[in-house]
Design a binder for this molecule. Structure first.
Ligand code: HEC
Ligand code: HEC
Length: 366
């Protein structure tokens, strides 16, 4: 269950307007104070949608009717429990006989993010919701067919009528899923509790990691704001993942996706170009959304293609200055961190995980 939140504090945090930008050049000094860090507190959850929409969204999230062959629901890849609303896989599960080419992000806190998906092609959970349903390598059902399918199920006709005063529509499906996702907000992490004044919430090592994160490590140059990421696109200089070549089905999905976005790729030759697929700007090749660093304890593996199996692995990679691909950000340089310092950073990252929301699947979908 979500922890108890003092309402006045939440409101106060929600109203704090960021007045300071902590770029690499303006990294904190020795040790940022709690007051300076208040803007990193997880803000108040979004306003709760109407109950009828939430309940309909809950039904849809867990209903396998939303996939072409009736085997997948949203929870197939965004699974409550130990996978933290992700799926613990390197790259996501996919529609049978297809393969995905990207790692599944958690749906926890997605309702509060500025950009969604690794290339930021959606700006809200409503905008995003129909994407996986129609995607041939995700749930793979024609949306018009799904609408007719749900219209034939009396419980859905009733639920849509209650929530939207209408029959089943695509827009209603998206809005209801989004209303349900509005509940998927984490409780305060040890870092949030520390910001609220609890001196014992974080370990000594995590506190040293905090200093490195905002200081010598310059992580905050990219991972900024209350979600420690999620609002800009950068490249770690990651080279072509050999698994794209080894598993041709991944390459097929990638090429299909590129084509759909308007960029046909040569057979088997090209990499996941991330943000470039959305903007078409050469300078965006190889850039991905700087991901949130919240809830990482349960959302391994890491990176857009899950190539890092542990936090230490990716911290190591970044601390060495990233990879060699052409578009690597200029913010990245070898940091000269000791192995102890890397452990402190990992402990800080772990302190950004709060309890996941408790959600109940609907009792019946018939
Ligand atoms: C087959 C696995 C799969 C299924 C099923 C699936 N997703 Fe996803 N989801 C993914 C992957 C992979 C991504 C990242 C895609 C990308 O970056 O291009 C993603 C991204 C998202 C995001 C963006 C999160 C973020 O922070 O960027 C949301 C929200 C989301 N999915 C919600 C849903 C909902 C709602 C459903 C059911 C209608 C659903 N997903 C079904 C695999 C899946
Ligand atoms: C130049 C901007 C930049 C800087 C500086 C930076 N990161 Fe990142 N970080 C990224 C990007 C972009 C990704 C996504 C990489 C990808 O998969 O393409 C990422 C991914 C991560 C991830 C994986 C999260 C996930 O869900 O997969 C972790 C953990 C992380 N960074 C921690 C750090 C730490 C710790 C530091 C400081 C030592 C740091 N980052 C500095 C841009 C940056």
């Amino acid at each position: 269950m979500i922890g108890i939140r003092p309402a006045c504090l939440w409101l106060a945090f929600a109203m704090v307007i960021s007045s300071t930008a902590f770029g690499a050049s303006t990294a904190f000094g020795a040790s940022p104070t709690r007051e300076e860090l208040q803007e990193y507190r997880l803000p108040a959850p979004p306003p709760r949608a109407e109950e009828a929409k939430i309940e309909l969204g809950r039904m849809l999230y867990f209903d396998r009717r939303l996939s072409g062959d009736g085997t997948m629901n949203c929870a197939t890849c965004h699974l409550p429990g130990e996978d933290g609303f992700a799926d613990g896989r390197e790259v996501s599960a996919a529609y049978p006989t297809n393969a995905h080419f990207r790692n599944t992000p958690t749906t926890v806190n997605a309702a509060m993010r500025t950009f969604l998906t690794w290339d930021g092609r959606a700006a809200s959970t409503t905008e995003q919701a129909l994407g996986p349903i129609g995607s041939p390598f995700e749930m793979n059902i024609l949306l018009d067919l799904l609408v007719e399918k749900l219209r034939s199920v009396p419980i859905y006709s009733k639920a849509f009528s209650k929530a939207f005063d209408s029959d089943v529509t695509k827009e209603g499906i998206a809005q209801a899923l989004s209303a349900f996702e509005g509940l998927l907000i984490s409780g305060p992490s040890p870092f949030d509790l520390y910001l609220d004044g609890d001196d014992n919430a974080m370990s000594e090592s995590a506190l040293k990691g905090l200093e490195l994160f905002f200081g010598k490590g310059s992580c905050v140059a990219c991972h900024d704001g209350p979600q420690l990421g999620g609002d800009r696109f950068e490249s770690l200089g990651m080279e072509l993942n050999p698994k794209l070549v080894e598993y041709p089905r991944r390459a097929v999905s990638l090429r299909y996706y590129a084509k759909k976005m308007g960029y046909p790729l040569e057979l088997g030759r090209e990499d996941d170009h991330g943000r470039y697929f959305v903007t078409g700007l050469e300078e965006d090749k190889g850039k991905f959304l700087v991901p949130t660093l919240r809830q990482l304890e349960r959302t391994f593996p890491y990176g857009h293609d899950g190539r890092f199996f542990t936090l230490l692995e990716i911290v190591d990679y970044i601390a060495e200055g990233g990879g060699k691909a052409v578009h690597r950000s200029e913010e990245l340089n070898p940091l000269g961190l000791t192995s102890e310092e890397k452990t402190h950073l990992v402990d800080f990252l772990l302190s950004l995980t709060g309890p996941d929301p408790l959600v109940k699947p609907p009792s019946s979908l018939y």
